[in-house]
Design a protein around this ligand. Structure first.
Ligand SMILES: Cc1cc2nc3c(=O)[nH]c(=O)nc-3n(C[C@H](O)[C@H](O)[C@H](O)COP(=O)(O)O)c2cc1C
Length: 322
């Protein structure tokens, strides 16, 4: 059976315009979780963030909005605004690893405090939307989640998305699949696996080990190789993948040109994408350095053009030279 694939939230990258264009060029994802919005002045959403979530800006890929909050009342108020837009599910960010967030007991900073998580879940139960949770194994210790599983089980969650790292690992180091397996064994909720699915072979390994997992969330792997979701779903791939990537790149750059104010933020966003995309080209590290050094958008466009004309697309080799 074909798995359900979910595009991961990557703040500053997988925003509404990116998601919309991505699925126009690259099939395979079934839905997305949007990058987090944090509650602002207690319970308001910044207008720019709300625009991201307007249904008319999310027509191609169903999206679940995500809220970063530690105060249940703020969460409920923000979720209410999202319900008014027609959303029926909202995701709680319980995994953000950045010290600025975690040190304020938000995101993964809450994970060492089961009683606070329980009190939060108790309170948000009353809201009219279903709750999905995205979490890590712990803040400092991957076993923290084992104390949280009975708490998650007490409440009616739509799903539990687990990235099997600790907060202090950030996005590096090994994922702990043994602890993930223990969570899966005891969870009464559908569990979504998320982390380091970079190739079809990696997906197969995980799907083979965890047949109970029906949904997989992919972030960086799909930015590096946008054909990965289609590969996993065994959909047909284009004869000339690089041409498709080049067309997506051109459309994205034009879209950012209209959306953002001036060439500098456009260049910033494009560089961010290459941080991942470069891995799928032979000699990716060198290409990335060249792009990162660029200061002018015109020069950037020339370099990107050269890469699409002469680059060697080899997504499963992780940017090595051929
Ligand atoms: C630049 C960046 C921004 C991210 N922003 C968010 C976010 O807003 N909300 C969230 O839950 N996770 C966020 N994440 C974590 C990803 O959703 C995902 O859990 C993580 O990258 C592991 O999955 P992957 O190996 O498939 O990328 C972010 C990760 C990165 C690298």
């Amino acid at each position: 059976m074909s798995p359900e694939l979910i595009l991961a939230p990557l703040r500053g990258i997988t925003e509404a315009a990116f998601r919309d264009l991505f699925v126009r060029f690259f099939p395979g994802f079934d839905r997305a979780v949007a990058p987090f919005i944090s509650t602002f002045q207690g319970n308001r959403i910044r207008p720019a963030k709300l625009k991201e979530l307007l249904p008319e800006n999310n027509t191609r890929l169903p999206v679940i909005p995500q809220i970063l909050a530690k105060d249940p009342d703020h969460f409920i108020a923000t979720a209410g605004t999202l319900a008014d837009l027609g959303y029926t599910v909202v995701n709680w960010n319980l995994g953000c690893p950045y010290p600025m967030v975690a040190n304020k007991m938000r995101g993964s900073g809450l994970l060492p405090f089961p009683e606070k998580i329980e009190a939060f879940l108790e309170k948000v139960q009353s809201m009219p939307l279903a709750l999905s949770v995205k979490t890590r194994l712990g803040r400092r210790d991957g076993r923290e989640i084992l104390d949280l599983m009975p708490i998650f089980n007490k409440f009616p969650l739509a799903e539990l998305i687990i990235h099997p790292r600790t907060g202090i690992q950030m996005y590096e180091g090994e994922v702990d699949l043994d602890i993930f397996a223990r969570c899966l064994e005891v969870s009464r909720h559908p569990v979504v696996y998320n982390g380091d699915i970079n190739t079809y072979a990696e997906y197969q390994r995980l799907a083979g080990r965890f047949p109970g997992v029906k949904s997989f969330m992919i972030g960086r792997g799909a930015l590096a190789n946008p054909f990965l979701p289609a590969e996993i779903k065994q959909m047909p791939l284009p004869d000339n993948p690089l041409q498709r990537v080049a067309a997506f790149h051109a459309a994205l750059m034009a879209c950012y040109g209209e959306m953002l104010s001036g060439p500098s933020p456009v260049l910033g966003r494009m560089k961010e994408l290459w941080f991942y995309l470069a891995r799928s080209f032979a000699g990716g590290e060198k290409l990335l350095k060249k792009i990162q050094k660029t200061k002018k958008i015109e020069r950037y466009a020339e370099i990107a053009g050269e890469i699409f004309r002469h680059g060697v697309w080899q997504p499963d080799k992780g940017g090595e030279s051929s």
